[in-house]
Design a protein. Structure first.
Length: 238
């Protein structure tokens, strides 16, 4: 990653792995090749390099998935892309057909400070214009309210060590701990009344999963949450 061009190239690969496989599932070389419009042989060479750098796990003829460090980078660049799409469409009124390509051109150079400001202006959005979920920020806050009220310069804000995923991305009965809740104080108060708060252990049950709701277990109690809320509760896997 000695220069900007190489850095952007790495980010593009990690972004594809995040989109199609996340941290858990392997993505085939063919899928990566088609999405980046790069020859399969060149993709294979790059995957080997990314594994040497510690960003991915690569298995020949199976594909690659993200390491912890690769996941952190991929989630961050994906967040910037989707926030940019939201900002370009809703605030700058850019034509919908131009939003994606402009976000692609801007995501690699968008500073953390600018990203945070956009998030505040957009009132902590949860979905981009294509209805894809916006990942959480990596600042060490437990809620959006904490971020809004913190007046420190961006360099003074701590970075969260653990990688977070939204509750619906957990496997059934997988143990996790709530680490970040996106939304305003009304959402926080509503969730706290249900026993859902930062630091609380949580599991989910997908056996009776509906598209618009999710069963979660908190302190032995089963709670049915609308997906619109569940997608804004982020956990670290225990």
């Amino acid at each position: 990653m000695a220069n900007k061009e190489l850095s952007e190239n790495i980010e593009e690969y990690l972004e594809v792995l995040y989109k199609y496989g996340d941290k858990r599932n392997y993505v085939s070389t063919t899928t990566i090749s088609k999405n980046l419009d790069i020859a399969p042989g060149s993709v294979t060479q790059m995957l080997k390099k990314l594994e040497d750098l510690g960003y991915i796990n690569y298995i020949p003829y199976k594909g690659a998935n993200l390491s912890d460090e690769g996941f952190k980078i991929a989630q961050k660049i994906t967040r910037k892309h989707r926030i940019l799409e939201k900002f370009l469409k809703d605030i700058l009124k850019v034509k919908p057909e131009n939003v994606h390509i402009q976000a692609c051109n801007m995501e690699h150079s968008l500073s953390d400070e600018a990203e945070r400001s956009m998030c505040h202006i957009l009132e902590h959005p949860d979905f981009c214009p294509d209805d894809k979920p916006i990942p959480p920020c990596d600042f060490d806050f437990s809620s959006c309210g904490d971020c809004i009220n913190d007046k420190n310069d961006i360099e003074e804000i701590g970075i969260r060590k653990a990688n977070l995923i939204a509750i619906p991305d957990l496997y059934s009965n997988e143990k996790a701990e709530i680490s970040f809740i996106r939304g305003d104080t009304n959402i926080l108060k509503k969730l706290m009344s249900l026993g859902i708060a930062i630091g609380v252990p949580v599991q989910i049950d997908k056996s009776n999963k509906e598209d618009d709701s999710l069963d979660i277990f908190v302190n032995g109690s089963k709670i049915e949450l609308p997906m619109t809320i569940a997608n804004n509760i982020f956990v670290k896997i225990c």
